[in-house]
Ligand binder design. Structure first.
Ligand code: SAH
Length: 477
């Protein structure tokens, strides 16, 4: 099993400092089921390649703790692919041999460790369950140029067809630590068979290595599922922590036993519908300055950023972690200053009066209100309707009536364990009309998602318009 990493950064031999392994030497580490060797097939000023070679003892492996009992063919312990393919052993070897580089530390070249440099990684044999589309879906969203080719089962007998193995080449200018953590997390995911037992601490490891990129990765669910060997409890716990309990798409999946994929599909569509519905309402009022309160990881902000009619976008959340995810999703760090000025992300709570909430044409609260304690609702009403007083206020929340259609949701349970309440259609309408009346707003309630003839839509939306707003204008007073 072999991984090579090449850089053309100058002097390329600095790779040795970054890996904390001298290019002129041969570095070895004994692992419980084999041996890891790091050496440099080339090391010049222009180009330097480090090769990580793993020698696995398949027999030791099959007798060791990682043995998969029962399911093996009689010869499998002796004849298996483990010595040759990139798998979770590679991640273990990387952790053992390249620990400081994985963490982005370098004693001699700390600045370089923080600097994106041109890097190429090559794996001559990776097993890819899911084939080329999955390989690309894993690495392309992380910014890699992916070059892969499926290997024939036996080059001497082409008629035998293809194997499930690929050669994989990845190229990108990025920090070495990022390349290493991507590989350490994703190679076992491609292999989809961890050689060791996964337990609770595996979640920590995954989240530590996954850093922020995993939370933003479009394949994060599949990555997590495979990384944790599809252990339902671990997977849902990891996803919860990755998204800080905030992703309604995950709730139903957690609760549904049989139709995991269907629920996911349904919720993804529902999320999409929600964003589109809010966007349509904002377009209708012509809001140019929009604040998303409880913006979470910034999905709505990202959608709104594509609207040229919106000149200014604010995002506020109590959770700093959510805000940093949102900043990354919006790519704020990389935006030129002038474009960045269009955004204002800040930490705050909608339970406290805040001057920063003023001056927006529209404020949105998407799936936020149900996270508040009912006894804090009055404070939130005051902040929104009496203090901030935007011309338009848009709010979405689950429709509790619809819950009985989720077969797996126990009667009376909420869709999410962080929800403090869920309103029926009648309760929501009642609350909306009362606050509108009290604060001089008109309100319209609209369905989001496919409407059930009896239970109504899965999500309900209220669009409040301040009475003194001239028709067709979104502008704040
Ligand atoms: N609007 C986002 C996130 C919904 S989850 C979306 O649709 O994807 C609810 C969000 O409300 C979380 O990000 C949570 O941190 C935030 N939140 C909860 N209480 C809050 C408060 N008092 N003030 C501001 N944000 C709050």
């Amino acid at each position: 099993m072999l991984l090579t990493i090449t850089t053309t950064h100058r002097p390329a031999t600095d790779l040795g400092y970054l890996l904390a392994k001298h290019p002129g030497r041969w570095h070895e580490k004994d692992l419980s089921q084999g041996r890891a060797i790091l050496f440099y097939p080339e090391a010049s000023e222009e180009r330097c390649t480090a090769a990580l070679l793993l020698e696995i003892d398949p027999v030791a492996l099959s007798r060791g703790r990682g043995a998969r009992n029962g399911s093996q063919a009689p010869l499998e312990p002796y004849v298996n692919d483990r010595p040759y393919v990139a798998s979770s052993f590679l991640s273990v070897a990387m952790t053992r041999l390249l620990g400081s580089a994985l963490k982005g530390r370098s004693r001699e070249r700390p600045d370089l460790a923080d600097t994106p440099i041109p890097l190429k990684a090559e794996l001559p044999v990776v097993p890819a369950r899911g084939g080329e589309p999955f390989l690309r879906a894993l690495f392309e969203p992380l910014g890699y140029a992916v070059d892969c080719a499926r290997l024939p089962l036996d080059p001497q007998f082409p008629s035998w067809g293809d194997s499930r193995y690929f050669t994989l080449r990845l190229r990108q200018t990025l920090r070495l630590a990022d390349l290493l953590t991507h590989l350490a997390v994703l190679i076992p995911v491609l292999d989809d068979a961890k050689h060791y037992w996964v337990g609770e601490d595996e979640i920590d490891k995954l989240l530590r290595m996954g850093g922020d990129w995993l939370a933003r990765h479009p394949q994060r669910e599949e990555i997590t599922r495979r990384a944790l060997r599809r252990d339902r409890r671990l997977v849902s716990e990891a996803l919860r922590r990755l998204t800080e309990e905030e992703d309604p798409a995950l709730d139903t999946r957690e609760q549904s036993a049989g139709d995991e994929e269907d629920a996911l599909e349904r919720d993804l569509t529902l999320n999409q519908c929600r964003l589109e519905a809010v966007l349509a309402a904002l377009r209708e009022v012509g809001a140019g300055r929009v604040l998303d309160l409880g913006c979470g990881d910034g999905r709505l902000l990202q959608r709104l950023a594509a609207e040229s009619s919106i000149q200014h976008l604010g995002g506020c959340d109590v959770s700093p972690r959510a805000l940093s995810l949102a900043a990354r999703r919006l790519n704020l760090e990389r935006l030129p200053e002038r474009q960045r000025q269009r955004f204002d992300l800040f930490q705050g709570s909608l339970l406290y009066r805040d001057a920063r909430f003023r001056g927006f044409d529209a404020i949105t609260l998407v799936e936020v209100i149900e996270h508040l304690e009912p006894n804090r609702l009055a404070a939130c009403e005051q902040v929104l309707f009496a203090e901030a007083r935007p011309a338009t206020l848009i709010l979405t929340t689950p429709n509790r009536d619809y819950n009985r259609l989720f077969a797996s949701l126990p009667a009376g349970a909420f869709r999410h364990r962080d929800h403090r309440f869920e309103w029926s259609r009648a309760e929501f309408a009642h609350w909306c009309e009362a606050v509108a009346e009290q604060h001089g707003y008109a309100v319209r309630i609209l369905p989001i998602g496919e409407v059930h003839p009896v239970q109504g839509p899965p999500t309900q939306m209220a669009v409040f318009r301040r009475h003194d707003t001239p028709a067709g204008q979104g502008a704040a007073a």
